[in-house]
Write a protein that binds this ligand. Structure first.
Ligand code: ZN
Length: 232
């Protein structure tokens, strides 16, 4: 679901064309900088799939399994491929992701993209946590193509994560790319490491939020965003 405002923004934004201007060059230079790559844990080397396969075989032996039995014979290779995919976020090229999909706008209506599915791995147990992400920003002259917001969420979800850090990184990235008046991110997550191990009971979800700029300083802006996501 996207809000009326975001639909309006995109309609207006797409009326103009993507502008490859000084701002876009400036954004791309920032995204490629060493400081940015470090701040957002990007630019990691490729996954060493042979090492993951060896480690998986050792893990199977360590838990009392026979890694050569039929059902497990190809498991190390599958696990290595799965980790490659599930941890691809460290290796995403942020410039290719944004792909100059920045548009000039004059109004500063709130843009809200809600109910974005995310799937991540908790760094404490290497088990999944997943749920919904809700992202909003107050444009200061620029908006980003609507489809990019879920891809930003995915880039940070496909890592070993903590939900709080995932929330902050999504907000920080939107802030860096658009330099808007404010960014708000709320994540609602189900943590299988807690559920499967019986640490928590059935319906528990964890909610985390980051508010930057006007969403932090202006309770009315924050309330408008929270109303949007509660009205789903
Ligand atoms: Zn965990």
């Amino acid at each position: 679901m996207t809000s009326l405002n975001s639909a309006r923004n995109e309609a207006r934004a797409n009326g103009g064309k993507a502008v490859h201007d000084a701002h876009a060059d400036d954004v791309n230079a920032r995204l490629r900088s060493e400081a940015f790559q470090q701040a957002f844990d990007l630019g990691y080397p490729p996954v060493d799939t042979a090492a993951v396969e060896d480690a998986t075989r050792q893990l199977l032996v360590a838990v009392g399994e026979d890694p050569l039995r039929e059902g497990l014979a190809n498991t190390p290779r599958r696990v290595a491929r799965a980790y490659e995919e599930l941890l691809a976020g460290y290796r995403t090229d942020p410039v290719a992701l944004v792909n100059d999909a920045l548009f000039n706008v004059e109004q500063s209506d709130m843009v809200v993209v809600s109910d974005i599915d995310f799937y991540s791995l908790c760094e404490h147990h290497l088990l999944p946590f997943y749920g919904k992400a809700h992202v909003a920003y107050l444009p200061a002259g620029k908006v980003i193509g609507l489809s990019k917001i879920p891809r930003i969420v995915e880039m940070f979800a496909r890592r070993l994560q903590l939900q709080e850090r995932l929330t902050r990184q999504i907000a920080g990235f939107v802030d860096e790319v658009l330099q808007p008046e404010g960014v708000a991110v709320v994540l609602e997550g189900v943590h299988l490491c807690a559920r499967m191990r019986g640490v928590e009971n059935g319906g528990t979800r964890m909610t985390s939020s980051t508010f930057l700029g006007r969403f932090e300083s202006d309770p009315a802006a924050r309330a408008e965003f929270l109303t949007h996501i509660r009205a789903r």
